[in-house]
Write a protein that binds this ligand. Sequence first.
Ligand code: SAM
Length: 236
Amino acid sequence: MTDMVGQEPQYEVFADEFLDHARDGLYNAHCDRPACLDLLGDVAGRRVLDVACGPGLYAAELVARGATVIGLDHSPRMVELAGHRVPAGEFRVHDLADPLDWVPDASVDLVLFALALEYVDDRVSLFRELRRVLRPGGALVFSRMHPTGDWLRHGGNYFDERIVEEVWSKGWRVRYWLAPLEQTCEELRAAGFLIERLVEPRPRPEAAAIDREGYERLSREPTGFLAIRAVPDPRP
Ligand SMILES: C[S@@+](CC[C@H](N)C(=O)[O-])C[C@H]1O[C@@H](n2cnc3c(N)ncnc32)[C@H](O)[C@@H]1O
């Protein structure tokens, strides 16, 4: 196994299935999205860069709340789905391995980067790019798989940064980075961010009706996601 996740747009083959899964499901609709939207705060009148936008579920909510959204994703099908869902948004195919040279310096108020950190090989360079495009006073909100859940599934040394391959319950094949929480914090620091808030989202109560067992598990175990709001470090 090489030490890169690589350039394959992994979600392309199951983009439509991901949309069906994430639209109303326990993990995305009732844990991750409420947490990140809360961390973003009031987005009315704000320009938001939706990084790894997927099928536009976040973008739809952001536009409904009064934001202007530009989004990107590696998967052309995801970009197509996002464009259909959110005609007011601007979406383009972009691999996060490449610089965001089409986004000017200090041109967005907020960056949202939900559930895709795991697919990026050079995360410090990406965080630096996200800092570059943020206006002064802006913030980055991102989420990732909870590292404790990763470790419980994969075992081994929690502190070893490594690539794993999994086949998820729907048959989706994914290859992604495991990294301890400390590593994510260090990558943010190296890119010039300060962590303002870190949350370990539990499902919203209404999710119990969708999946009682999953709801109870995610209400007591750190096996879902975590989400961070970080701001550019103003110190020289
Ligand atoms: C779990 S989905 C999250 C989608 C969306 N952020 C959400 O939460 O609904 C991960 C997304 O990351 C995208 N992605 C993975 N690797 C990427 C890369 N190198 N560059 C850009 N997008 C990438 C995938 O195509 C997929 O849409």
